[in-house]
Ligand binder design. Sequence first.
Ligand code: NAD
Length: 401
Amino acid sequence: LKAKKIVILGGGYGGLVTSRKLGKLLREGEAEVTLINKHDYHYIATQLHKTGAGTATDDKITIHIPNLIQTDKIRFKKGVIDSVDFNSQQVHLENGEKVSYDYLLLSLGFEVDTFGIPGVKENAFKIRSFRSTKAIYYHLLHQFEAYKEDRDPSRLTFVVAGAGFTGIEMIGELAEAIPGMCKIYNIPVSETRIINVEASGSVLPGFDQKAIDYTSNYVKKYGIELMTSTKILECTDTAIKLDNGTTLPSRTLIWSGGVRGNTLLEKLGLPIEKSRVKVDRHLRVQGMKNVFCIGDAARFMKNETEALPPTAQVAIQQAELCAPNIIAALRGESLREFQYSHKGTVASIGNTAAVGNVFGFKINGLFAAFMKQVIEARYLFVLGGPTLVIRQFSKLAKPYL
Ligand code: NAD
């Protein structure tokens, strides 16, 4: 019997965990698996804010993909996906190469949503990928350097848009990193401003009041200015216009105002709702038998009206079922339905504080920071076993001090 071809697009949590699991479950010669990703490294998406603030080393955030997969069983191909021909079952890469599949997994992740706000796409920094966050770090250093020359306060006014989990994690990290940068450039911390602008009435909208109060008080203690009930209307390279009539002179807007599914998926003509691909209970693209979609790119309905959120936890759990379901499909066996089990969510606020809930318990402070580390360790374990946990946790956290 000819080996079936399984092709996985995207090396985030979803794609990698599925690849690893397929490597374990497939019988000898049963299928050829190819994982295609834009870069030959996987980045720890849940830690990207640390790259932005320079509070984690590059090798702590990125891992060489061939080190994470059983290369004797899974083929890794570095390439950018241009399109997919679902009729001839071929993936077209930007370099003109065509890759045939019998079973396809779309695990292409998220994109930052800027909602068409003028200037944000062009001028704001995004917490999207290793490269986009690394650009934030170098930009921050450059602002300190330039400030020494021109003393323009807009250089040291750092604005984070949105106080969802991404925004809060980013300002927490900046609060820790900025004093270190001030020390290096011999500039008083009092000459810097970190501002968070949030359209809703509070930080962490939708969270419980205790978490909101804890987070607001904690970040204010660090001198962060919270501007809630304030919307960003426009952004240039030197100023940010707010809906309260003021304009903040700032050269740094870090946009964490929201996320959407990968735009490539729309180009492919798949069934899309709210920018994500509609999937059935078995994680297959609605109406397709041999195309699966998981993670931030997929819209899996939790109930009649609500979809599962775009989180690492969901992507990993889906990957753990997606691998056996792909195998069941190729063996002609029945597929299992995906059941999400929510373990909790924790957002870090710098290195020593966090907020969230775990197994239904509301937590904050040092204990929450510890739990956040436990969650990160669990993700690393799923990605690369105990060796990866030990390797990543033994790396130095602060590269520039
Ligand atoms: P989000 O949609 O949760 O938050 C975006 C925030 O930006 C909202 O509060 C919104 O009111 C605000 N906003 C939007 N437009 C604005 C504007 N023009 N001006 C001012 N504020 C504006 O997005 P996110 O924080 O990136 O989170 C996305 C998903 O990722 C969520 O499901 C989240 O739970 C998840 N996530 C989880 C973690 C974690 O578990 N530690 C970390 C990061 C993200």
